[in-house]
Design a protein around this ligand. Structure first.
Ligand code: ADP
Length: 494
C-alpha cells in the first residue's frame, strides 16, 4: 500500500479522503490556494503545501504545480476527489507519465467516457439503451436546426465535453432553438474549450437513478446498487437517497447488469458511477459515466457497509477487489442533503462569507462530511458546497424523520445556506410519498421563501426578554476564538 498520498482537492471531499488514509496508516499531503490557508483540509493533513493564488487555474487546476508537489513531498499517488482535475484525462496522463499513481481510471478511459457522444456510441453498440438523439456533436447551427426539426420538441442541447450542467439548454419550441443553440455553444466553448454540442430527446419527468461501480485491474467488476438523485436545481443534485423508491427487485437487477456492462465495455478500473434516466414506464437509458468518486457516495457506503475510498486506494495499488456481487447487500435506507452556501429564495445564487456560528447535528445514524468550521470564511472562488448531511435508518420513513431532526439541529449562521430549504423539501408530502422526479423543485418549490414569521417571533422574544431584564446569558468564546451565539443562551431562544 502507498505510504503517502496527495489529495488534489479542497473542502469536505479532501477531508473525507484524508480520514480513510489515516485509518489505513497512509500519510496525507494537502495542497491549498491562498484563501484556503486556514481551511479544514489544510488543518487535517499531515503536510500542507501552498500552490498559489485563489484563481483555480493558478492553483487547484494547475497540473504542473500539483505534480511537482507530489514529487517534492514523495507522495506515490494522487487522489483527485471530485470536480477540479478529477475527470481531466490530461491530469491522469501527467500522473501516469511521472510515475505517480492516479487514483481513478486510466487516462484513456476518462477521455473516452468524457466525450458524451463517443460514450453514447460505445454503449449503444454494446446494447445498453441510450436516450434517443444524435451520436455526433457539431457547432454547425444549421445542421443542428435540421436535426432538431426532424427529432421534434421538447429536446435538450448538450455539450459533448459537458459536465456540471454547463452548455445544457432545454428547448420546448422551434422558434427558441437557434438562440439556445448559440448560447450553449458559447457556454461550452468557455467552460471546456470545445463548443461542439448535440441533441437528445427531452424525457418527460424521468428520475435520475445511478449505479455505483467498482472495478479492479484483474477484470473484477461489481455494482453497489443505485442512488436516486432526482431532486435537482439547475440540473444538479441536492438530495440523494438509496434505495430508490422507484425500483423493483427486477428493475434493480437489470439496471445493475447494464451498469456492469458499461464498466466492462469501457475497460473501467477503480470507482465510478453509471448514470441513467428512468421513465415512469420502467424504461431506462444510459446518461453518462462519472469517472470519479461522487459527492453522494456516502449513502452507498452506509447501506452497503463499505468504504469506497479504501477500495479506491486498494484498487489503485493493484490489489484485487475483495468484493463479490453475490455477497453485496443493500441494507437500511440512507438520505443525503447537500449543504451549500447558496440562497434558495434567490435562484440559488452563491452566498459566501464568514461562518459565525456552527453546530453539527449528532446522534444515531447521522454522518456529517464537512469542510468548514466556526470562523471559516467561505471563499467566492469555488463550488459553494459546505458539507453533506447523511442519515441512515431502518427504512425510508425513519430515514426521512431522522433527516428532519438532523436538519433542525444543524446550525450555520453568518451566511445563507440551503438548510431551511432542504428541511421544507424533506418535510413535504410529495417527498414523503417518494414522488421524486427531476422537475421536483420546479414543480413544488419554485417560489420558496424562508419562514420569516419564525425569525420575527424570535426577534420579538429577544426584545421582550431584554426589556424584562434579560436572562442570564453566558458570554462564551468558541474553541476557534470566535464568539458563538449558541453558547450565549438566553431564555428568548425558547
Ligand atoms: P452534466 O454532465 O452536465 O451534469 P447530465 O447529462 O449528467 O449533465 O444531465 C444532468 C441532468 O440533466 C440529469 O440528471 C437530468 O435531470 C437532466 N437531463 C439530462 N438529459 C436529459 C434528457 N434527455 N431528458 C430530460 N432530462 C435530462
Amino acid at each position: 500500500m502507498f505510504k503517502k498520498v496527495l489529495i488534489a482537492n479542497r473542502g469536505e471531499i479532501a477531508v473525507r479522503i484524508m480520514r480513510t488514509c489515516k485509518e489505513m496508516g497512509i500519510e496525507t499531503v494537502a495542497v491549498y490556494s491562498e484563501p484556503d490557508r486556514l481551511a479544514l483540509h489544510v488543518l487535517e493533513a499531515d503536510e500542507a503545501i501552498s500552490i498559489g493564488p485563489a484563481e483555480p487555474s493558478e492553483s487547484y487546476l494547475n497540473i504542473e504545480k500539483i505534480i511537482d508537489v507530489a514529487k517534492a513531498t514523495g507522495a506515490e499517488a494522487i487522489h483527485p476527489g471530485y470536480g477540479f482535475l478529477a475527470e481531466n484525462p490530461l491530469f491522469a496522463k501527467a500522473c501516469e507519465d511521472s510515475g505517480i499513481v492516479f487514483i481513478g481510471p486510466p487516462s484513456r478511459v476518462i477521455e473516452d467516457l468524457g466525450n458524451k457522444t463517443l460514450a453514447r456510441t460505445m454503449m449503444s453498440k454494446a446494447g445498453v439503451p441510450i436516450i434517443p438523439g444524435m451520436l455526433e456533436a457539431t457547432e454547425d447551427t444549421q445542421l443542428l436546426k435540421k436535426e432538431a426539426d426532424s427529432m421534434g420538441y421538447p429536446l435538450i442541447i448538450k455539450a459533448a465535453a459537458g459536465g456540471g450542467g454547463k452548455g445544457m439548454r432545454v428547448v420546448r419550441a422551434p422558434e427558441e432553438f437557434v438562440e439556445a443553440c448559440t448560447g450553449a455553444i458559447s457556454e461550452a466553448q468557455k467552460a471546456f474549450g470545445d463548443g461542439s454540442i448535440y441533441l437528445e430527446k427531452y424525457l418527460d419527468r424521468p428520475r435520475h437513478v445511478e449505479f455505483q461501480i467498482l472495478a479492479d485491474e484483474h477484470g473484477n467488476v461489481v455494482h453497489l446498487f443505485e442512488r436516486e438523485c432526482s431532486i435537482q436545481r439547475r440540473h444538479q443534485k441536492i438530495i440523494e437517497e438509496t434505495p430508490s423508491p422507484a425500483l423493483t427487485e427486477g428493475l434493480r437487477a437489470r439496471m445493475g447488469e447494464a451498469a456492469v456492462k458499461v464498466a466492462k465495455t469501457s475497460g473501467y478500473v477503480n470507482a465510478g458511477t453509471v448514470e441513467f434516466l428512468l421513465e415512469p414506464s420502467g424504461n431506462f437509458y444510459f446518461l453518462e459515466v462519472n469517472t470519479r468518486l461522487q459527492v453522494e457516495h456516502p449513502i452507498t457506503e452506509l447501506t452497503t457497509g463499505t468504504d469506497l475510498v479504501r477500495h479506491q486506494l486498494e484498487v489503485a495499488a493493484g490489489k484485487p477487489l475483495g468484493l463479490r456481487q453475490e455477497n453485496l447487500q443493500q441494507r437500511a435506507h440512507a438520505i443525503e442533503c447537500r449543504i451549500y452556501a447558496e440562497d434558495p429564495a434567490c435562484g440559488f445564487i452563491p452566498s459566501p462569507g464568514k461562518i459565525i456560528g456552527y453546530e453539527e447535528p449528532a446522534g444515531p445514524g447521522i454522518r456529517v462530511d464537512s469542510g468548514i468550521h466556526e470562523g471559516y470564511e467561505v471563499p467566492v472562488h469555488y463550488d459553494p458546497i459546505l458539507s453533506k448531511l447523511i442519515v441512515v435508518a431502518e427504512d425510508r420513513q425513519f430515514a426521512r424523520l431522522r433527516m428532519i431532526r438532523a436538519l433542525e439541529n444543524y446550525r450555520i449562521t453568518g451566511i445563507t445556506t440551503t438548510v431551511a430549504f432542504l428541511l421544507d423539501v424533506v418535510r413535504s408530502i410529495p417527498f414523503a410519498k417518494g414522488e421524486t422526479f427531476i422537475d421536483f423543485i420546479r414543480t413544488h418549490f419554485a417560489q420558496w421563501k424562508p419562514d420569516e414569521d419564525l425569525a420575527r417571533v424570535a426577534a420579538v422574544a429577544y426584545v421582550v426578554d431584554e426589556i424584562l431584564g434579560g436572562s442570564k446569558t453566558v458570554a462564551a468564546v468558541s474553541r476557534t476564538g470566535y464568539p458563538t451565539p449558541w453558547q450565549s443562551l438566553g431564555a428568548w431562544r425558547l
